[in-house]
Structure formats: C-alpha cells, structure tokens
Ligand binder design. Sequence first.
Ligand code: PMP
Length: 442
Amino acid sequence: WQNLDKSVLWHPFTQQSDWEAETQLVIERADGCYLIDSDNNPYLDGVSSLWVNIHGHRHPTIDQAIREQLERVAHTTFLGLTHPPGIELAQRLVDLAPGRLQRVFYSDTGAAAVEIALKMAIQYWQQCPSPQPQRTKFFALHSAYHGDTVGAMSVGGIEMYRHSYLSLLFPHVEARSAYCYRCHLQKTYPSCRMACLEEVERVISTHAHELAAVIMEPLVQAAAGIYVYPKGYTRAVWEIAKRHGLLFIADEVATGFGRTGKMFACEHEGIEPDLMAIGKGLTGGYLPLAATLTTEEVYRAFLGPGRTFYHGHTYTGNPLACAAALANLKVFEQEETLQRLELRIALMEEWLRSFRALPIVGDIRQCGFMVGIELVRDRKTKTPFPPEQRVAVRVIKEARKRGLILRPLGDVLVIMPPLAISHPELVRLLDITYAAIEKVAE
Ligand code: PMP
C-alpha cells in the first residue's frame, strides 16, 4: 500500500512529506478511540482524526443512522429539493446555537463555511435596509486560521499558508492577537489588563467605515498552536465589533461541538455572533459536512425580487451526512457527553501539571479538550529550538513507537482526543506523551 500511495497520491502539506512518509501508517480499521493499521497494530487516536471524531470511531448509533439513511437515499441536490434529515438537523442546530442564529446554510468543509460567511457579510451590506456597499473588508486577528480556500486564506493570519498566493487574496486588516506566552507587548497577564486589545480597538475604529465584519476563532486560535486567549478577550473583541455596528463572524469550525467544554465556544462568554461557521465535529467525524448559521436579520437582506445568494455546492446538505450529524447530536444527549467531559477536562488539567517537570516544556495551554504543549530549548528565556531540530516531530515519532498518534503545529504538540475517551485511555495518552517528551529531552 505504501509504495502505491507514494506513486499516485498527493497528501496535504507536502513540505512535511519526509517525516510524514517515515511515520505513515496504513489504517484499515478503527475501534472506539483506536485506529488499527494493516499489521493489526492499534494506535490511540490522540487528535480525533484532525479534531473531528467526538465519540470515537465506529459508534454504533452513528453507524446505524448512516445505514438507515442509506436504505432511503444517499444523495439528492438541495437546489429546489429538501429532505427530512436536512430539515431536522437545521432545527437542532438552531436550537443549540448561541444567540439569535436562526438560519442554516450547508456546505462541506470548514473553509467553505467561512467563505460563505464572508460572502454573506459583503452582500448583506449591499442589500440590508440601510445599504453601505463600501463595506467590503474584514478585520481578522494575526495568526488566525480560517481555512485554505481563497477567501478563507485572505482573512488568515499565518504567513506560510498565504505567501505564495498573495496576488489572489483580497485585502484585510488585522491586529496582533493575544498569544500570552510570547506577548508582543512584553506584558504579563493579568496585570496587563489585556492591553493588546487597544490595537484591536484602534484598527477596527480606523477602518470601521469600510469593514463588513470582524471574524475570529472564539476562545482559542487553534491551528496557530492552541493560543488560548485570556478570559474575556473574545467578548471584548465582540463588543468592539458591536460598538462599531459591524457583523461578527464566529469561526467555530475547531471549537464547536464540545471541544471547549460547552457545545459552542461562544457560550463561555455570552457572545452572540451574527454569523457562525461550523464543520469538523458536526458529523462526529463521519462525513464531510459544514454549515454557516446566520441571524434572521442577515437572512432577510437576501429576500426579495432579484436577490440571490450566489453560492451552492453539489453536495450541499448531503442526506447521509445530515443523518450522521443528527446521530452525533443524539449521542451527545444519550451519553451526556458534555456533562461527563467536565471531569475529564479537570483530570487532564491536573495531570498536565506534572509535565512541567520536563525541562523542554515551555508552556502548556488548555482550553477544554484542546491542548497545546509548546516545547522550548531554554525554558527561562523561552528560546525555541532551531527549526531544523524539529523537536515536536521527534516527540511524535517517539509517541508513535509507543502506540499513540499525535500531530505537531510547529514546536507545539497538539492533544485533542475524542471527547468520549475513557479515563484509562486518557491516562495512557498522557503517559505516552510524557515518556515521548522525556525521551527527546534526554
Ligand atoms: N477554521 C478553523 C478555526 C479551523 O481550525 C479549520 C481547520 N483546521 C478551518 C476553518 C478549515 O476547516 P476545513 O479544514 O474543514 O476546511
């Protein structure tokens, strides 16, 4: 399989191909929190297959729901037609969503859900009751990640994902975000009183007249390296956006569906977005489905003669994916996933404290069940390892030898297990991670 793979496939992020190729596994089966390779070796899935398998793999309720839907219809266009799982799911999402989100527009990846939110925001200002068509720009935070399509990249703030495509991207304005471990203002939280918000306020007020919306990942910048903002930071940015009469887009693609301990991250700080992008955990890691949720006010601007939202995907609202998503939400209730998660989050926090004993652990950031461990050469000075040492990759290779799948973001080890991981599995995950870091630190 591996030879054939190498001869025909192009995997994402080829710049990592050397170590990715070395550690590549051929996954043939899965069971609960384990992925099983072609040699029958089980590996604990420490990243929920890129942050999506909430209840683990092959959950009987979700498997059954997909099978039952398959007996009815696997796919039909959503253009001019509709179907029960699509309608039922939209109703469930609206019930669960924060604030006044009441409309659901389906798509198939997180990037598309973001892209759609951006397009909706621009068109909203052309068509709303007091039109301001000059509002075509977006405010986003530096080091934000919103996906790899052109619009999503345009509001992204991680240079390596953007620099080759600058001529394609539309201009946006940004401010430095709160990455407290390496504060760009050299201040310390909480005595800083979130002084970094001043720049956010300044940039937004300078550009308010031309801004369509503020977009941000609530509570934590995930792909940047699990940069957890201080408490109240997300709400403060939302309030600035509201004060300037702007739309607020919450990108909950990574944080949605329990990852932060609540169904949506916005709930932690009482944020009421005008638009919200969701994806990843929506189907519990079963099928590609994403959605953009909006308020009725945004939706109404698209009604009326000659008004159309020019966006639609072939697989919009795929019935199989909607059935999987409905079953995913059912499991949340049946298994009291969020209630049970509270204890696991607390245990994770407690056990992670012991990692401070490891000399190369610089910072441990946790937001619910999202963890980033930043590795440094010198903890006192926070000096990073030279990039060529690829310290996190070495740790990941050690973890792999011990039966655990993790992924790095630069020198940050990311831990995002299924929310349903059992206590013994969580202990095993953390024990292996500890041993792997210890080995590399030798
Ligand atoms: N937004 C955020 C916050 C994300 O973390 C991601 C994916 N990591 C995306 C958008 C893009 O989602 P997808 O990979 O499904 O396009």
